[in-house]
Write a protein that binds this ligand. Structure first.
Ligand code: PHE
Length: 365
């Protein structure tokens, strides 16, 4: 029995040490300590051991059993640690996914147009600014010459917010990026060349040309001697760069309470080339931007002396522009999350890269 025990000890120590992984080690453990394992079998043989040998064999048996248990536990730890080390040093080779190989992502068409726009105005020295989506009626209306109860408020279907601490009608979802006008004047003073591109919200009757959540782009340019001529230049510079060199642009008088004079900037309808169609409401022109000379009172509200400085504000809806550029008849596609439709738009026309647009000559503003 003694011999048998030391043979088992020898064999299993060897086996345990050379176990290559946890699975093999577990098998060895079961072989030794399982229900029908070597240890149990041995203890069944105990009654056959001669009486005089028992005091020696018993403790030996226990010692070897404990030793083997401990060696297995140590080996288990060693195998695990080796595995962790390997994980740290091994490089993973990733198999390309099946879909990944076929489909390449792309930017949303409106995002692309916005990036082009930012690039175009950056070249003219405009810096990006941001203003809150949830704002007070002060910045969205009052400081822009649109007091409470003034009929001009009807120009914007507004979503008001009830919130503790604010009187009803005080807090709203901004209806336009013009809420950045007075803010930027107050923050940066003169001279000012700021641009903002962001979301606005309106309580709209949804249809092919109206969304409740819409993008706007707007610039504010304040300096000495700024005039409508700058506005004309900017409108053409921008619309020709985005829609093509042959785009026809016109400016006509339009009322906005915060500009005087105010202008609507129209581009000739690209769908019918000015002949008149469903998209342009049979006029041949599409209104693309609102603009004008900043009203002296608004300059004053921004802390700027209107006797010394003048300014222009100019803004457009990137989604409307993208409709025209990519030939899309329904604005709701853009926020639909409909990948099929968005992919189609992406493939329709290669957007003009700003790099291909002629640099403005000299100091044009
Ligand atoms: N904020 C105006 C609108 O949302 C557009 C505009 C911007 C008009 C700048 C004039 C100057 O309709």
């Amino acid at each position: 029995m003694e011999q048998k025990l030391s043979q088992i000890q020898k064999d299993y120590l060897k086996k345990i040490q050379s176990a290559p992984n946890l699975k093999v080690l577990d098998e060895i453990f079961l072989e030794l300590f399982g229900k029908n394992g070597v240890v149990n079998k041995l203890s069944e043989e105990f009654p056959k051991v001669p009486k005089e040998e028992r005091p020696k064999v018993g403790p030996l048996f226990n010692r070897i059993k404990k030793e083997l248990e401990a060696v297995i536990a140590d080996k288990r730890t060693a195998i695990r640690e080796e595995g962790y080390k390997k994980l740290e040093t091994e490089k993973f080779v990733l198999q390309p996914g099946r879909l990944q190989a076929k489909r390449q992502g792309h930017l949303h068409p409106v995002t692309k147009l916005e990036q082009e726009t930012i690039e175009l105005f950056k070249r003219l020295g405009f810096q990006q600014f941001s203003a809150p989506h949830i704002d007070t009626d002060e910045y969205n209306f009052e400081l822009l010459n649109i007091p409470k109860g003034h009929p001009a408020r009807d120009l914007w279907d507004t979503l008001y917010i009830d919130y503790p601490g604010y009187a009803p009608g005080k807090l709203l979802l901004r209806t336009h990026t013009s809420n950045a006008q007075v803010r930027s004047m107050r923050e940066f003073g003169t001279p000012l060349r700021m641009m903002i591109i962001d979301r606005c919200f309106r309580y709209e009757n949804l249809d092919a040309r109206h969304e409740h959540t819409l993008e706007q782009f707007e610039i504010v340019y304040v300096d000495k001697g700024v005039s409508m001529a700058n506005l004309q230049y900017l409108s053409e510079y921008f619309l020709k760069a985005v829609l093509g060199k042959n785009t026809k642009v016109r400016m006509r008088p339009k009322y906005y309470p915060f500009v005087e004079p105010g202008a609507g900037v129209d581009g000739q309808c690209l769908f019918c080339e000015g002949k008149g169609c469903k998209v342009c409401g049979w006029t041949g022109w599409l209104e693309l931007a609102g603009a004008g000379m900043i009203h002296p009172q608004v300059l004053k509200n921004g802390g700027i002396d209107p006797n010394e400085y003048s300014g222009i504000a100019w803004g457009f809806g990137p989604e409307r522009m993208a409709m025209l550029k990519y030939g899309i008849e329904d604005i709701r596609i853009f926020k639909s999350g409909n990948l099929k439709a968005l992919n189609k738009i992406h493939e329709r026309k290669k957007p003009i890269s700003p790099a291909k647009i002629a640099e403005p000559e000299g100091d044009v503003l």
